[in-house]
Design a protein around this ligand. Sequence first.
Ligand code: NDP
Length: 285
Amino acid sequence: MSDESFLSILTGSFSTPCADNPTVAMIEAAYRHHGIDARYINCDVKPDNLADAVRGAKAMEWVGFNCSLPHKVAVIQHLDALSEAAKIIGAVNCVTIRDGRLTGDNTDGKGFLASLKEVTDPRGKKVLLLGAGGAARAIAVELGLAGTAHITVVNRDPAKAEIIAALVRDNTRSDAAAMPWDGAVRIPEDVDILINATSIGLGDKDALPSIALDTLKKGHIVADVIPNPPRTHLLREAKARGCTPLDGLGMLVNQGVIGVELWLGKTLDASVMKRALQDIFGSAD
Ligand code: NDP
């Protein structure tokens, strides 16, 4: 008789629409690479079915799942506990199921931070953050928790930027301010890191956030959250001016690494995951 197990570990993602979410390709490439008998199932879950999907994951003994739009806030009511960052951010994109208990975390900002730390330590640095949506919120909170000196949040609707700045000031030791986005933003002389956390550039290699390009200087780190295409117009301009560019693939890959660490306690090879995404989106280099 064979003692082989035919029961795979189950993980996955709940969102809608989800057909263009490449996380499954990235994570399953790494599961295969490491010989881990686990699956990552990309599920189209409509808002009315979220409660049933979460109950189903628990009933089928999944070890965890990601949730993406539109479930990042709605999922919280179905969970037993939240990580510190998820509590502050008020949104969850990664749920771990252990002994029937569901714990929510937010890996958006952590994934960005891990990617950023490959080029610089944000501690004591000054940041200009473009955008005030969900990604900007998660990034700002993690930068604050990581000891960034100051974050300026720039947004067309300054009230949304102020909410994020206040969140950083009230919950971390970092200082933060909001700035309205009127015309081309000039990058102040003392800023170390510029981050595009808007959706400008998604699926459009020519789209460019409105900034005064002559204020991009050698020595700046310029990060983009956009994973597709990875080589955004902003990053091309930054590279041409001697800045250090950081693409959105790293953020996506590191979110995968962090999620699987939470679920399985195993660290996946990030380079395998990055290659899987580059096969899909092309390289940022
Ligand atoms: P939201 O819709 O919550 O926020 C979008 C932000 O972009 C808002 O601040 C909005 O400003 C701003 N914006 C959009 N268009 C313009 C414009 N023309 N000019 C100025 N500002 C603009 O989206 P998310 O925060 O959830 O996502 C943002 C991007 O981050 C997405 O493209 C997503 O793909 C990417 N992302 C990448 C991840 C990764 O792992 N690489 C992970 C998560 C997200 P306003 O408030 O004024 O409307």
